[in-house]
Design a protein around this ligand. Sequence first.
Ligand code: SAM
Length: 371
Amino acid sequence: MKINFVIPCLLGVEGIISQELKSLGAENITTENGRVLFSGDEYMLARVNICSHFAQRLGILIGSFKAQSFEELFVGTKALPWEEWIGREDAFPVKGYSLKSALFSIRDCQSIIKKAVAKRLEEKFKLSWFNETGPIHQIQFSIMNDIVSLIIDTSGPGLHKRGYRPVASAAPIKETLAAAICSLAKVKHYHTLYDPMCGSGTLIIEGALLAHNIAPNQNRNFSAQRFSVLPKDIWKHEEERAKSLIKKNTDFIGFGSDIDKNAVDIARSCATAVPLKGKLNFEVCDLKDFKPKSERGTIVCNPPYGERLLDADKARSLYRIMGEKFVRKHGWSYYIITPDEDFEVIFGRSADKRRKLYNGMIKCQLYMYFK
Ligand SMILES: C[S@@+](CC[C@H](N)C(=O)[O-])C[C@H]1O[C@@H](n2cnc3c(N)ncnc32)[C@H](O)[C@@H]1O
């Protein structure tokens, strides 16, 4: 079965996702602002959910059309083949958003889409009432510049919920963003990776998963596991495929440290949930006492921004210390994400490269030093 998919993502990571999809074997990959479209079969549906390090969630694109009135929204929605995915007993709640479009009332759009899908299923199944007691097929709509896209979500909880971080320290970074930073830092299986302000250890753990090609979501469930139209074997097949591709016996080693003992305890406990015994080390250490343990290394870092944690002056005094500690030296590279536009001045050096990334709603730059 050929399926059209869509991955909504954080702004700035579309290219990274499209590279990853290529390596997973996806077809017809195209990127737009904040989403990546591609096609593949049922195995690809399971593969992307299990293996993607960067995707927020995976949706089946049921269709797209232009609508500027409720009538057009109803007719366009009803014309789509919902019965190919939603069975007689299944639940099909609707949610979504609208931006820069004539149809802007979310509640009205929600209720019209629901009615149109129900009408379509009523005609196909010859039913006049839906109990919706079966598996949830979450319908998500987006209306952008009057173009309606309708998807059925396959992931359930967001794909950043890997399962290894049940609790986090203050101001944790999203796992998918941490993975994207490690990808931009080109973290490899022979690297030594440091994060001297590691909090719950997300950057070190995501870097390690990436370096070993470990599928980040191999230990969680997805809503599409309950879709009756999907073959039952796809999940096991893809889990086994992913396991066979893990890099073993690597030289990778990760060191995370933080001034906060509670954060270090959380990082240690998160690290026990990933299959990399002995490779991930966490200790309490103030940045001012940070000393690398190797001749070469990569440092990734999500310092306090002076918003949620510390005030701006205190955050900036840490950027100054980072500038002193992260010296230009052969074999070393540094990747720091912050929204502070004066970061380079305070750090003391211009970055070799910068990349705009959103940390949630906060517009940040990833400052990269590798020369
Ligand atoms: C934005 S949080 C990092 C969150 C982390 N990336 C995660 O996913 O949990 C910044 C971290 O810097 C730590 N920190 C603040 N001052 C520090 C210092 N002087 N030395 C080391 N760590 C420090 C805080 O304890 C906090 O955990």
